[in-house]
Design a binder for this molecule. Structure first.
Ligand code: IVH
Length: 650
């Protein structure tokens, strides 16, 4: 590959990523992207001094920091005054028109996440800083680079601060909490905490594994000459930043009210959570004239959406059984209107939560419909108890199949693999987006197929005929054909999707990718040692894979036959070299990204592990090596500098 071809490849990769992460409208397949990505990596390995600053390889989350440095914002980050209703808006407008009667307004969502300041110098992202106290925040540039909707380079060469909110989409928030629930970790209370927590990870690979999204809402220090804020924002979007789901320029009270109403009705369908709408004076000159109070700008206000907390009563507690057999309690409440949505259920997460909050049937409780995620109970009104409330007894039998439950403390589990709920939910999971992504195979249809005895396990999906589908209620020719096409289309998927779809406990999408890349179809024969040598795979995960394969080997093979996933390319056997078959750990800053060096060593037949142990053969270190170096020295592991490693390869 010539340098020119390489630059073209980087440009194409960035275009693909822009369509995928910013426009939510993919241009190509994961496979085509990965193939091109690997070509770029190969070139960068050969030409470490010619890596383009906007190459997607520069985003990899492979650094672990010891702590975050502090960094100053170039100009202060402010907060906003809140208003809650039309009369608040009227008062604010009166006050603002007094300062300047000749103004218009720019309205956009108030996102519920964590604020972030991005500094670009000479067109390159140079710093990512959390809000902190408004003047000084924490420097989290490495983590910020893993966020795919943040461009690494922009066409604007003068120094500029771009401010915005880092959010987790509702779907991702639920996914992370589900994962935490399964791992017995504390749940994030809301997407804001989850976003802030994910941003401030010392291990940037954790940040990278959470799908954070950046939504710009303004600029700090800047030399842009546009007269209107709306024009500045359009310019920023044109540099590759994400656009809000709704924005508008407004003339006055009634136009602002109309947009506010629209946003409030539509917010349910937005991917991210909002907690209001921000109204800003659109004329930059007027903004500068109006200036700031001690805390907030005079030219801007947060028009919050109404409270989403209500008092209701728990009528009963229902039990849901998931695909892993985990039984989740759900509170059935008196139907309550929370901002136009009738809430009838609230999640209780797990049984420890019921004990901790001392939730009883008949209790009056405060429920929160936090912008859109599943409503939850935030407080039990114990002072309102009459004595007729019934404490909740933990179930001993599965509510669906009646078999005995295994009590794991917080979690109760149905052990029966043939339990209807487990089977149905595993089929739903198999067809879901991160797995085989079979369009049109949602909860209702899976249940119907199962109840009609047409699909009793996932493999049956591949033997469905149109005649069979036409026997189901609501199925006509077109719908039946669409479903068959979608199933056919899922064949030949990436192998990691296939592994993920098996639903192995503790093995999510990221681990599935790791296993697919490392072992290909051979993952069912991997030993515990081989599994644990993979980045991010611990003992519990390895044992879970082994146990699953032991019990289900035949089923996996049959299913693999039916799905015919693509096998990821395996590496050729490495020629003899000092690192072949050795276990190596990398630390410190090296001349290339750590992923590139990992690739290089793996291509030489080394196992690159994330942590130092007695089994480590070499610790290879770059600048600022930290605790791993100390640990390796203490264990007597050979520590060599990156330079030395390269010498050994000559
Ligand atoms: S403008 C000049 N616009 O809300 C005023 N802030 O309550 C600076 N936020 O710290 C803020 N969406 O993190 C602005 N469209 C939006 C926003 C937004 C969310 C956050 C931001 C700020 C907080 C203030």
């Amino acid at each position: 590959m010539t340098h020119e071809n390489y630059l073209q490849a980087v440009e194409k990769l960035n275009l693909y990523a822009y369509h995928y992460y910013v426009l939510d409208d993919p241009l190509t397949t994961d496979e085509a992207y990965d193939a091109l990505y690997h070509e770029a990596v190969a070139y960068e390995e050969q030409n470490p001094d010619k890596i383009a600053p906007d190459s997607p390889t520069q985003r990899v989350g492979d650094r672990v920091s010891e702590g975050f440095e502090k960094a100053a914002h170039l100009s202060r980050m402010w907060s906003l005054e809140d208003i809650f209703d039309a009369s608040g808006l009227e008062k604010w407008l009166t006050k603002t028109y007094k300062l300047d009667s000749n103004i218009t307004f720019y309205c956009e969502p108030k996102y519920d996440g964590a604020s972030l300041n991005l500094i670009y110098e000479e067109g390159k992202l140079s710093k990512g800083i959390t809000r902190g106290d408004g003047s000084i925040g924490e420097l989290i540039t490495q983590n910020v680079k893993t966020i795919r909707s943040i461009p690494l380079t922009i066409p604007h060469k003068e120094t500029i601060e771009i401010r915005g909110e880092v959010v987790l989409y509702k779907e991702e928030f639920e996914r992370i909490n589900q994962e935490r629930l399964q791992n017995g970790e504390a749940l994030f209370a809301n997407p804001r905490n989850a976003a802030a927590g994910s941003l401030r990870q010392l291990d940037s690979s954790i940040t990278a594994s959470r799908k954070l999204v950046f939504l710009p809402y303004g600029v700090g220090e800047n030399t842009l000459t546009e007269r209107l804020l709306s024009e500045k924002m359009e310019k920023i979007y044109s540099w590759g930043f994400k656009q809000p789901p709704l924005r508008a320029t407004c003339q006055g009270f009634s136009e602002i009210e109309a947009i506010y109403e629209q946003m409030q009705t539509e917010r349910e369908s937005y991917a991210m959570m909002l907690d209001g709408m921000v109204v800003k004076v659109n004329e930059i000159a007027a903004q500068i004239d109006m200036g700031y109070t001690v805390k907030v700008p005079r030219f801007s206000v947060a028009y919050k959406f109404p409270a989403v907390e209500k008092i209701t009563r728990i009528k009963d507690i229902l039990l849901q059984v998931g695909r892993s057999g985990a039984v989740t309690p759900v509170a059935l409440v008196e139907p309550t209107d929370i901002e136009g949505v009738i809430v009838e259920r609230a999640t209780l997460h797990n049984f420890d939560e019921i004990d901790r909050k001392d939730i009883r049937i008949g209790d009056n409780v405060i429920i929160l419909r936090s912008g859109d995620v599943i409503p939850k109970i935030i407080k039990v009104l114990t002072h309102e108890r009459t004595g007729s409330e019934k404490p909740y007894a933990r179930p001993e039998l599965c509510p669906v199949c009646g078999s005995e439950l295994l009590d794991e403390g917080a979690l109760l589990k149905c052990q029966n693999l043939r339990c209807d709920a487990r089977v149905v939910n595993s089929i739903i999971y198999f067809a879901s987006k991160p797995c085989l992504n079979i369009d049109g195979l949602g909860d209702k249809i899976v249940e119907a197929l199962y109840n009609a005895h047409l699909v009793r396990s996932v493999i049956d999906l591949f033997g469905l005929s149109k005649e069979q589908l036409l026997t189901l209620e609501g199925f006509k020719e077109k719908k039946a054909q669409n479903l068959l096409d979608a199933i056919e289309h899922a064949k030949g998927c990436d192998y990691y999707r296939f592994i993920n779809s098996l639903g192995i406990e503790h093995i999510g999408e990221v681990a599935s990718k790791t296993l697919a890349d490392r072992f290909g179809f051979g993952f069912i024969d991997a030993t515990k040692e081989e599994l644990m040598a993979c980045e991010g795979v611990g003992e519990e995960m390895a044992e879970s894979v082994l146990e699953f394969v032991r019990v289900n080997r035949q089923t996996i093979l049959e299913l693999q036959n039916a799905v015919a996933p693509k096998e990821p390319q395996k590496r050729a056997e490495a020629h003899d070299n000092p690192f072949k078959g050795r276990t190596v750990v990398l630390t410190g800053t090296m001349s290339e990204s750590r992923d590139a060096i990992k690739e290089l060593l793996e291509s030489l037949g080394a196992k690159v592990s994330g942590s130092v142990s007695k089994k480590t053969d070499y610790l290879i270190y770059g600048e600022d090596a930290g605790s791993k170096y100390d640990k390796a020295s203490a264990l007597g592991v050979a520590c060599i500098e990156e330079k030395e490693m390269r010498e050994m390869l000559k």
